[in-house]
Design a protein around this ligand. Structure first.
Ligand code: SF4
Length: 177
């Protein structure tokens, strides 16, 4: 078989399993309401793509990849003004919209709207190097479990939404003190 006969779609393993599925990464905005030490993205105010541009990115994903989930990141995707429309569009394409957020802008009202639009899940990025203010200022990884619990409880209240967490690991937060 030469290269021209290879169909890359045949190279993914099917059926999907939880640890073995293809996730495409969508970044509709570079704007964020935190400034994590380890962020790879420049925080740019109001740097939102248009809905048309975001949909074009989704078209490209669907043309070139076998994708199961769309991970909507940023910046923080909850600051994207048309996040509801994008979540609904992803759902209508038969894909699973997953919001990758620091959670700061999440309200119960927004969460319910996202649920109605078809959100599949949330991944909350919470760690001690995010410069969070208010009661979370200076909290270590163990103390931040309360914040993680808060987000999980919000999702549980609405129901039917998957919930996961991630953290950036640094030399001084890998072992909580
Ligand atoms: S929450 Fe995410 S996008 Fe925002 S500063 Fe932190 S790593 Fe960057």
């Amino acid at each position: 078989m030469n290269n021209s006969q290879l169909n890359h779609r045949d190279l993914y393993r099917l059926p999907w399993t939880l640890p073995d599925n293809a996730i495409s990464w969508l970044e509709p905005t570079a704007m964020c309401n935190l400034a994590c030490d380890g962020c790879y993205r420049e925080n740019i105010k109001d740097s939102h793509l248009s809905v048309k541009e975001v949909k074009h990115h989704l078209d490209v994903f669907q043309k070139l990849r076998n994708t199961d989930c769309i991970s909507i990141a940023g910046g923080d995707p909850l600051l994207y003004p048309d996040i509801i429309e994008i979540v609904a569009d992803i759902k209508n394409r038969g894909l699973k919209p997953i919001i990758n957020t620091n959670g700061k802008a999440l309200t119960m009202e927004l969460l319910r709207d996202l649920k109605r639009a078809g959100v599949f899940g949330f991944t909350f990025h919470v760690d001690s190097k995010q410069g969070r203010g208010n009661e979370w200022k200076g909290k270590n990884e163990i103390e931040l479990l309360d914040l993680r619990l808060q987000y999980a409880q919000m999702l549980a209240e609405v129901g039917g939404i998957s919930c996961s967490f991630n953290s950036t690991v640094y030399e001084d937060n890998i072992i909580p003190h």
